[in-house]
Design a protein around this ligand. Sequence first.
Ligand code: NAP
Length: 301
Amino acid sequence: MAEKPQLVSISPEDIETDECLRTYTHIYSPDLLIDQVAFITGGGSGIGFRIAEVLMRHGCDTVIASRNLEKLSEASKKLTGATGKRCLPIVMDVRKPETITAAVDETLKTFGRVDILINNAAGNFLCPATSLSFNAFKTVMEIDTMGTFNASKVVFDKWFKDHGGSIVNISATLGYRGQALQVHAGSAKAANDAMTRHLAVEWGPNGVRVNTVAPGPISGTEGYRRLGGSHAETAGAFRGIPLQRAGNKTEIAHAVLFLASRAASYVTGTILVTDGGAWLTSTNDVEQMLGFWSAEKRKDK
Ligand code: NAP
């Protein structure tokens, strides 16, 4: 049998927790986003935290906005400490447009501008459709889909309409093949993918680019824990992914950095799937997913 080639790892630095990177190797110029301001929903944890860090390492100031002030304040201290850039934590609920309006007003008062909006806030969990309450489905739609529209509209009306800007939505590949136990999040993200194209078309003349990053399984995140990532890894399920591993948060942040920055100046209305090819090949085993779901439910009791 032919020997497996010795592959050089090309994945960038990452750490599992919501801490800043101990080392970071720039791929783009450290000045790529100099003097810009990014508004990141859900920027206090997981993928959103790493996006904030990587944007700040490229010269940007940030606003991180979500519901939990304690988490945001701690994250903001870490981010400023590691990058030397400013990071303003703001309490806001993407389901409540008036809180977004207040947050964007505060952003403009503090920084005088906003150049980038990252719609990253979301809620997700595994649940078979028959066990999903009407309210649970509605809540996920409200956070993921309406939240993305609400934040985009407020930032557009208050700043992007007259100054241009870049929106990057964080989506998922769940709906591409109808992932089991994910009708709520898959439906919400599919709507967001359509929203990306609608808003790209409508707001292009205002100098606004609207794009999406669709991550696959990303280690060191709440999503990975809740959706059975470690379980899948232990069971060897990632060997079926073309790149044969989960992604990391820095890899998602790099995809976002590309789309948010002038490196993607002629890119709008696109969905950049960042999943190592996972959705093309991954198994969609309903029995196995149901088994994992019931085991987790038993643990919760
Ligand atoms: P996470 O750490 O739980 O991030 C979600 C963030 O959203 C949290 O910081 C949370 O902060 C915020 N949030 C939730 N509800 C909110 C609300 N109503 N208003 C404002 N903020 C709210 O999870 P993650 O895994 O990093 O996920 C980040 C994004 O990546 C999500 O869009 C997710 O769908 C997507 N994604 C993740 C994976 C993965 O493997 N992890 C795969 C595909 C897609 P508060 O609790 O403070 O509000």
